[in-house]
Design a protein around this ligand. Structure first.
Ligand SMILES: Nc1ncnc2c1ncn2[C@@H]1O[C@H](COP(=O)(O)OP(=O)(O)O)[C@@H](O)[C@H]1O
Ligand SMILES: [Mg+2]
Length: 156
């Protein structure tokens, strides 16, 4: 909203994403603690150790992380009020660097398969069919050597 109101020209700075995200989580946690001292949640961090600095609009991106962490703390707090102290919520924050290949797989003609065998058009066509034609979304999550997950959502 803020970036929109500034016409998207907000100042980008090279920042350490791990700091930005953990400061936001910390703020959300302390915000809820200030409202209810009995509230407790275990904060877990699984942060990529050598993230390169990212050029982002820090104030705006902080709001994204803060909102998501606030929502999580709020939901956990609500459930704790219902279930009592036996409920032990965990808020886990993970950062990962995705391999370059993951960013390219929806590009037309991108393929890592042997020349002549594949066109590299499968995912770019799929992207168009799902997003443009059906107004849905297609996302990929992948951890090298571990798994690849495609999530396709379609409107009702
Ligand atoms: N499940 C997967 N695991 C690993 N890589 C994948 C997976 N799905 C897609 N890719 C990568 O995305 C590229 C593009 O896929 P696609 O657009 O279907 O073209 P093609 O199958 O012709 O290579 C593949 O060449 C591969 O590098
Ligand atoms: Mg294919």
């Amino acid at each position: 909203m803020l970036a929109h109101s500034r016409g998207g020209s907000a100042q980008r700075d090279a920042v350490d994403l791990n700091s930005l995200v953990s400061e936001a989580v910390d703020l959300a946690y302390h915000g809820l603690r200030a409202q209810d001292a009995s509230f407790n949640i275990t904060l877990e961090y699984d942060l990529e150790s050598d993230l390169p600095p990212l050029k982002v609009v820090p104030q705006d991106l902080s709001r994204v992380f803060l909102n998501i962490a606030n929502n999580g703390c709020y939901a956990a707090h609500h459930r704790m009020l219902k279930e009592g102290a036996g409920y032990r919520p965990v808020l886990r924050t993970t950062t990962r660097q995705t391999p370059d290949v993951v960013q390219k797989i929806f590009n037309p003609f991108f393929t890592t398969k042997p020349a002549g065998q594949r066109t590299g058009l499968g995912l770019s066509l799929s992207y168009q069919i799902v997003t443009d034609q059906h107004k849905g979304s297609i996302k990929v999550n992948s951890q090298e050597g571990e798994f690849t997950e495609f999530v396709i959502t379609l409107p009702k």
